[in-house]
Design a protein. Structure first.
Length: 71
């Protein structure tokens, strides 16, 4: 058996110019809390600035909105 070292399909990358943050679901307390945390994590001069944490929050919000449990 041989090991394939190439991808079968081309890699699809997101266009950063077209990227849109997840929008909090109206009336959802979890979404509201995550949106606040995201805003704090992205404030460059704020005490809670953390670009890595901001990325994690975006993933968490998307998973929450899709109903995916766990991490």
């Amino acid at each position: 058996m041989t090991l394939e070292r190439t991808l079968r399909d081309p890699v699809q990358l997101l266009d950063p110019a077209q990227y849109v943050d997840p929008v909090p679901t109206p009336g959802c307390d979890v979404c509201a809390a995550l949106a606040r945390q995201l805003k704090e994590a992205r404030e460059p001069h704020g005490p809670k600035y953390d670009a890595s944490r901001a990325s994690d929050i975006v993933v968490e919000m998307r998973r929450h909105q899709e109903g995916v449990e766990g991490k």
